[in-house]
Design a protein around this ligand. Sequence first.
Ligand code: EPU
Length: 435
Amino acid sequence: MAKLLIRGGTPLKGTVNISGAKNSALPIIVAACLADGESVLENIPQGIDVYTISMILKDLGAQIWFDESKRLHVIPDGLDRYQASYDLVRRMRASFYVAGLLLARLGRAEVPLPGGCALGSRPVDYHLKGFQALGATVSIEHGYVKAEASELVGTKIYINRSSVGTTMNLMLAASRAKGTTLLENAAKEPEVVDLAIYLNSMGARIRGAGTDIIRVDGVDSLKGTEYSIISDRIEAGTFMVACGITGGELLLANVVPEHLRSTIMKCEEAGLEIEEGISEIKVRANQRPLAVDVETAPYPGFATDMQQPFVAMMAVADGTSVIRETIFDRFRYVDELRRMGADIKVERDTAIIRGVPELTGAPVEATDLRAGAALVLAALTAKGETEISGVELIDRGYEHLDKKLRQLGADIERISDDCEESLMEHLTPPLMERL
Ligand code: EPU
């Protein structure tokens, strides 16, 4: 099991290149399997979740590999199995996108029901209601969701609550349904828009992505194509906060500033100086962060995935901040921040954080991806050494976080195997045949 050893106190300085968005990459790799022929995907981050979704699709019959230029090739022509592997799907909730894919492609899907996770109970009831509305029969048997439809037929679907996963899964299923589907109260996240643009480039007819009504006119077939996915707004936000917490000066390259609007606003309120370019953002922190109140909300609100990194910064802010989490049950990690000296009280969905002048290094454990990022940020400013275990969870969604921080001057060391890289070897052509 990998660990990170971090000795805090160095202001981060330099340029960091932001990777492609994990939460775009996952549905887009699945969408590539709806097509006939090869897709070549660029800017795909090499994290464990990308590996997992690729392995699930390979197990169903697709061919997937990274070439030397880190472009991901997806050839779905041999994808003819409809039962997804329990062992692989249980690792990641986003695997449930294969349900929409299999229904649209094969008319039949058997996908393990994703369980709860570190973010609390995470049902898929909206996804299932949507599949049923499109004409599928859906049942849950022996831990598997079984869905079947001789033909999916477009209809009007109101999604109970803005849900990124439901919106994407129904876009996948509806893109090859008969007739028109209207998704009402759809999620407006940039990753939803990215998926729509990619599907349209394959020949789908999707309008309105980015608004709360998405219209999908089903088509008979889709063609593989080349596509470069958007950059990761959460990774960019994490580096912005890393700059704030260490009193550094960073240039974030390869970003889409408008996707970061709510994070930029809150960081400016916290005293960071931010200058936006077309695809880059300069961040400078000349003072101790100021306390800021935040409430998470669906896009364009403040992202729940930025909550934990922001709490880490508020832990050393000047003053008391109140952070309300409205999307998930996502405050368990604050116990670990408390081990580093943070003064945080949690009452149901709200954390009240009294900023302390200094955190101190301690052994801590990442409990999920973003919680892990929060601990890394806290460690970067803490006095002494912090040992973070559970690094595999950080590797799920941040591409080479420790290497990037080291290049910016952080004193950070990974001990034990580079699990992220050794897994990725399974997605290079020479090893493909052996799997
Ligand atoms: N919900 C239901 N029933 C459903 C679906 C969702 O009750 O069938 C609820 C959820 O429990 C939650 C709310 O609706 O309270 C919104 O959940 P959503 O479906 O939007 O979340 P998701 O699609 O499962 C994605 C990201 C998360 C991100 C959320 C919110 C991916 C792979 N995951 O999850 O990312 O936090 O949207 O923006 O895109 C992360 O990257 O660390 C991460 C957790």
